[in-house]
Design a protein around this ligand. Structure first.
Ligand code: ADP
Ligand code: MG
Length: 317
């Protein structure tokens, strides 16, 4: 089917999502629709539900023959937990849908279940359903996760203001060396944070810091940011990868995906309180929100460079 050019979606994953979003009116039951880490569904006032869904595919998000079905199943739930954490929510229940390769279907299904169940128990997630299909294609797992909002209200990607301070919850980059398979969902960290200071905006780093911080800045009205190189926490894996591929450790830290740390923004006074350390979390203060659009970084020699996100895009050719 060929659409008339004026109606057809533009290239790129995020442009496609924007295209769908602009054609999807917000319904009467929707507090927050397409465009954030979770949607917020209104039931009765004060009892809002978070909903998020992610699909993992063999060869893209895991390699079944190398990683095994347990890791695939665990990751499928973990990435959804990460999106609930990004809203500072509490996970409640999940459905798990699978497209199983017909050869070894039962062993794979068992592995997925055994990988996912302990994580579900740890975060008090009830497994309440799903869908089982078999085919001659590769393994696909799709998890939909439901959660509740914190009493303070869910934290969205919108809400950052110029002068706000930007933090991340852990070191970044190089997750493809293996860390991406067992992300640690920052559910408890997000809860501890929102109980200590108001968080203005938050996202989980799934596509790379520059790309995901970019979503916060965009959703907050087209703002920009100034990052400081010396404050970016670079993971040891980013240094290891950079020895093999000639990309700098900083490039890995800024642009690799699947770190699943949280990137969040607080007001200047709240930033001081967080840095005073009156909470159990290790936080990295990486920069400041600015009114001028675009992300810039101050290098070691004091010079400032513009950076363009090269984070993960599923539809990039
Ligand atoms: P995340 O990385 O946090 O999982 P994504 O980048 O996958 O978020 O998606 C961004 C937003 O777009 C989310 O609100 C998601 O629900 C929505 N979205 C993604 N794909 C589609 C689609 N095909 N139809 C409707 N909404 C979509
Ligand atoms: Mg997310």
């Amino acid at each position: 089917v060929t659409n008339p050019p004026t109606n057809s979606p533009p290239a790129g994953e995020f442009a496609l999502i924007d295209w769908i979003r602009s054609r999807t009116p917000t319904g009467p039951n929707t507090l927050l629709g397409i465009g954030d880490d979770c949607a917020i569904i209104r039931t009765t006032p004060g009892n809002d539900w978070l909903v998020t869904t992610d699909m993992l595919m063999d060869g893209r998000h895991f390699v079944l023959d190398r990683d095994g079905p347990e890791a695939a199943g665990r990751k499928a739930l973990a990435v959804n937990l990460s999106d609930i954490a990004a809203m500072a929510g509490t996970p409640v229940a999940a459905t798990v849908s699978v497209a199983l390769p017909k050869t070894h279907a039962r062993t794979i299904a068992q592995g997925i279940h055994e990988g996912l169940s302990p994580l579900a128990r740890r975060f008090n997630v009830d497994l309440v359903g799903g869908d089982t299909n078999g085919w001659d294609g590769p393994l696909v797992i799709s998890v939909t996760l439901f959660g509740t909002c914190p009493p303070q209200g869910a934290v969205t990607r919108a809400g950052a203001r110029p002068g706000d301070q930007i933090f991340v919850t852990g070191p970044l980059g190089g997750s493809l060396l293996g860390r991406h398979l067992h992300p640690e969902p920052r559910i408890l960290e997000a809860k501890a944070l929102i109980e200590s200071v108001p968080i203005r905006a938050m996202i989980d780093v799934s596509d790379g810091l520059v790309s995901d911080l970019g979503h916060i800045l965009e959703e907050s009205g087209g703002l920009g940011a100034a990052l400081d190189l010396s404050h970016i926490p670079i993971h040891e894996d980013a240094r290891l990868m950079s020895q093999a591929d000639q990309r700098s450790p900083l490039d890995h830290a800024l642009n690799d995906g699947e770190d699943f740390e949280l990137c969040f923004v607080v007001g200047p006074e709240e930033a001081m309180r967080l840095k005073a350390g009156l909470h159990p979390l290790v936080l990295h203060h990486v920069g400041e929100v600015r009114s001028e659009a675009g992300i810039r970084i101050r290098l070691a020699d004091g010079s400032v460079r513009s950076i363009v996100g090269r984070g993960f895009d599923h539809l990039r050719p």
